[in-house]
Design a protein around this ligand. Structure first.
Ligand code: NAP
Length: 472
């Protein structure tokens, strides 16, 4: 596919291959953008920002609503494209495409709700005769940088609210998975987006990332990706608005009164979807000592039953990881844990980019499989004695994106929600659950700022205060 810069679809002599990680087959190629393309995209985005700001809320609603309808009409095509380039199974690709439609619909609706409020300035001691209102205005040029693991929906979470708020966007999708983003670009243009309202650059983040994020014409950066790249962007960005949606090693706490079969079902569903490559995958299963053995007995057959293989085969539950290198890394972390005294309950075998769904028990918090972000199809099970120890273990991490607890005890559930340092808390489900309209984002090194169109628009617009000094 071509990339879209300054209102034109562009090829380049230098290209990047997009491959299916299951069999390494070539899906397509995309241009490798360089500094010249970044400059052209930024100049275009400045013009695009003016065009976007001139649109009424109704016009922005109409573009996004039409785009969502067009996406809904080609969900199968989008789902298959996601599945091929990312490696997630077809059912997950289709589910992501459907969620992306919702995200764009929500963004369309929110375009009509960008508003300020009146401020009671006469509440100030010197406020007689003063009248105030806030208004929300676009930031201008928004740079959106997205990760590989949800190549369509996470792009929609950035592009949808940014356009709804009246901004122009320069989008840099992940190099492993740029095709869904390019297809979305086509759809938005067909839906009536001003030609310079969006620029979609394909190319290596390591090569063009600094140029994009350091540029003073950019007023807002929205980034989803790894902690280390996020930190680099924060350091490079200078004084501009930044949203960071970063990684995690999400815990789930299994209290002694939990319904173990339900917990096992939830862990099997939330620990291995998309081969564990979800920022809110269940990674650490903290289990009350009293039910530790029974829980492992309930979990093992459910995980062992997950079939690994070609993501395009409808009988397969877990597809390949994004690259073989990542599967090798997961294997090393599992082996390291076992060499340090942990126990392999099931899985632990690799074939190319495929990694068997794995359970590792008796994991110590300092083992890498527990304290770092694994981002792969394995869970680490660790025993605890009481709720205080469970909460301390859950918090014993630099991350804080999502966490879950299974209990029927209200006191424990509320204590968990109050004391666990995490942006999303789930009572009686695993951490991997999201409705695209909810406020979503992390604490600590999982980032800052919220996504979910209604919340993201606040991050993508500036609040101005207008004071009327009235004589009467
Ligand atoms: P990544 O390696 O950090 O890459 C993310 C994006 O950043 C890619 O587009 C990448 O481009 C770009 N990038 C790389 N270096 C850059 C630089 N110096 N300047 C600017 N951009 C740069 O992450 P990933 O492997 O794609 O995704 C997995 C990570 O994302 C995990 O940590 C996961 O937890 C996190 N994630 C978080 C959320 C959330 O909502 N909190 C959601 C999904 C994923 P290239 O592809 O060209 O390198």
């Amino acid at each position: 596919m071509k990339m879209y810069v300054a209102g034109q679809w562009l090829d380049k002599a230098q290209t990047i291959e997009v491959r299916n990680s299951y069999d390494n087959s070539l899906i397509d190629t995309v241009p490798r953008a360089d500094a010249t393309d970044v400059e052209r995209a930024l100049q275009s985005a400045e013009r695009g920002a003016k065009a976007m700001a001139r649109l009424t809320s109704f016009e922005r609603w109409k573009i996004l609503h039409t785009a969502a309808e067009k996406m809904a009409a080609c969900v199968e095509e989008l789902g298959t494209l996601i599945s091929k380039e990312e490696g997630k199974i077809l059912a997950e690709g289709r589910a992501e495409a459907l969620r992306a439609v919702d995200t764009m619909m929500e963004s369309a609706e929110e375009a009509k709700r960008v508003h300020g409020e009146t401020v009671a300035l006469d509440g100030a001691a010197h406020g007689r005769g003063k009248f105030g209102v806030t208004i929300r205005v676009p930031c201008g040029v928004v740079v959106a940088i997205s990760p590989f693991n949800f190549p369509l929906n996470l792009v929609c979470h950035k592009v949808g609210p940014a356009l709804a708020g009246g901004n122009a966007v320069v989008l840099k999708p992940a190099t492993d998975t740029p095709l869904s983003a390019l297809r979305l670009t086509e759809i938005l243009l067909e839906a009536g987006l001003p030609p310079e309202g969006l620029n979609t650059l394909t190319g290596s983040g390591g090569e063009i990332g600094d140029l994009l994020v350091a540029d003073r014409r950019v007023r807002k950066i929205t980034f989803t990706g790894s902690r280390d790249v996020g930190e680099r962007i924060c350091k490079t960005a200078g004084i501009k608005r930044v949203t960071m949606e970063l990684g995690s090693n999400s815990p789930v706490v299994v209290m002694p009164d939990a319904e173990l079969d339900k917990v096992a079902t939830a862990v099997a569903a939330t620990g291995y979807a998309n081969a564990g490559q979800v920022c809110i995958s269940t990674q650490r299963v903290l289990t009350a000592g009293k039910v530790y053995g029974d829980f492992l007995d309930a979990l093992r057959p459910k995980v062992a039953a997950l079939k690994v293989g070609n993501q395009l085969d409808p009988a397969v539950h877990v597809g390949p990881m994004i690259r073989e290198k990542e599967a090798i890394r997961v294997d090393e972390w599992v082996r390291d844990a076992v060499a340090s005294g942990a126990r392999l309950v099931t899985g632990g075998r690799r074939q190319g980019a495929l990694y068997e769904p794995t359970i590792v028990a008796d994991v110590k918090p300092e083992m890498r499989i527990s304290c770092d972000e694994l981002f792969g199809p394995a869970v680490a099970v660790t025993p605890f004695n009481d709720i205080d120890e469970a909460i301390a273990l859950a918090n014993d991490t630099n991350y804080g994106l999502a966490a879950g607890i299974f209990t029927e005890n209200l006191e424990w559930a509320w204590k968990f929600a109050r004391e666990v340092q995490s942006g999303n808390l789930h009572i009686n489900w695993g951490p991997q659950w999201r409705a695209d309209r909810m406020p979503y984002g992390g604490l600590k090194e999982s980032g800052f700022g919220k996504e979910g169109p209604a919340y993201a628009i606040n991050e993508m617009t500036e609040l101005k205060m207008v004071v009327f000094h009235l004589s009467s």
